[in-house]
Design a protein around this ligand. Structure first.
Ligand code: MG
Length: 339
């Protein structure tokens, strides 16, 4: 397979702020895998939270050329294992290659990815729409602009969580999910926040405490009136068994996991341990978001709105209607260039 690399800058509609920082744009690597006249496409939406950068992702992808040149794409299971075993980290790079590989396979078979996986496109859940941290007045404006979404994910974890939530509830009756992004510093503070949020009609809370504090999360879960969902605490399949004692669910992201195949393994393991499953995303174009959307008939909750936060999406794929994810029916991911 021949690998072609490009980079693109995605400008954001609004400055995106969560508990750990702000951004006005994202710049990512994109891959194309060509073989026998068919091209599979992938996106590497890396995240500095996980020690990734544009340059390091690019280096990993460049270094993978010899392996890809001689690989048989039909042995995609082995190829995925070799990419994961070959170097530590750089999960967004592994994800880009795995997305492109699965796009290639299913284009070659002339099947939409969800059909290849045996899934029912009617069973996609409704996605939440995320509201980044901002001045309460601005958050209210963003919520009014997002009125078609029946589920909102509110980013908290700062100084003025209560002020934000009151402002949010004043303008919407939508189902609310809260993501603290590791922003609360100890279990007592988190319990106070969660007990208060339960009265605000919140459905669940994501990553209340900094990662790797599972004993504190287990303490919190025993007392919490709301389900707790791991995000920064979970990356790949090997993280999951220990989380079952502390959390009610996990947030899987293809970019964290290193691809679609690893995400599928995670979904099945989490289910077998009685965990709920959310499929989430980074800020991504419709290429990465559509890849994730093909797996959503298997999950409880979707948070696939990263493409809706960018100004000029370079791709077209999954659509959203009143929050419901509508999978494209074309072969492969069903993703096309936007113009
Ligand atoms: Mg999160």
């Amino acid at each position: 397979m021949k690998l072609t690399l490009t980079t693109r800058r995605l400008e954001l509609k609004h400055t995106w702020t969560i508990a750990r920082g702000s951004a006005d744009y994202k710049e990512y690597n994109y891959v194309a895998l060509e073989h026998e006249g068919v091209i599979g496409h992938g996106e590497a939406a890396h995240n500095v939270r996980y020690g990734e950068s544009l340059d390091r992702i690019r280096k990993f992808l460049e270094d993978s050329r010899p392996l890809l040149r001689h690989a048989d794409p039909w042995q995609f299971h082995d190829l995925s294992a070799r990419l994961h075993g070959w170097a530590e980290g750089q999960y967004a790079a592994k994800a880009a290659l795995d997305i492109a590989l699965m796009d290639w396979i299913t284009k070659k078979l002339n099947l939409p990815l969800y059909r290849f996986l045996g899934l029912d496109r009617e069973k996609t859940p409704r996605t939440s729409f995320s509201i980044g941290i901002d001045k309460p007045k601005v958050m209210q404006e963003k919520i009014r602009a997002a009125e078609e979404f029946p589920i909102l994910k509110i980013k908290l974890g700062g100084e003025n969580d209560e002020e934000i939530m009151r402002a949010v509830r004043a303008v919407t009756n939508a189902t609310l999910r809260v993501d603290a992004n590791e922003g609360w510093k100890d279990r007592e503070q988190a319990l106070d926040k969660i007990s208060w949020l339960a009265q605000m009609g919140v459905e669940f809370v994501e990553q209340p405490l900094p990662a790797e504090r599972l004993a504190d999360v287990a303490w919190l879960r025993e007392r919490s009136p709301l389900p707790l969902v791991a995000d920064e605490d979970v990356r790949t399949v090997k993280d999951i068994p220990q989380l079952a004692q502390a959390y009610d669910g996990i947030n899987i992201k293809i970019m964290k996991a290193g691809g679609l195949q690893e995400s599928l393994r995670m979904i099945h393991l989490a289910r077998s341990l009685g965990l709920k499953v959310m499929l989430g995303c980074m800020v991504e174009s419709s290429l990465g978001i559509t890849a994730a959307a093909h797996l959503t008939p298997l999950v409880d909750w979707a948070d696939l709105d990263g493409n809706l936060l960018i100004k000029h999406d370079p791709y077209r794929g999954v659509k959203v209607q009143a929050g419901k994810l509508l999978l494209p029916e074309g072969p492969g991911l069903g993703v096309e260039a936007a113009n």
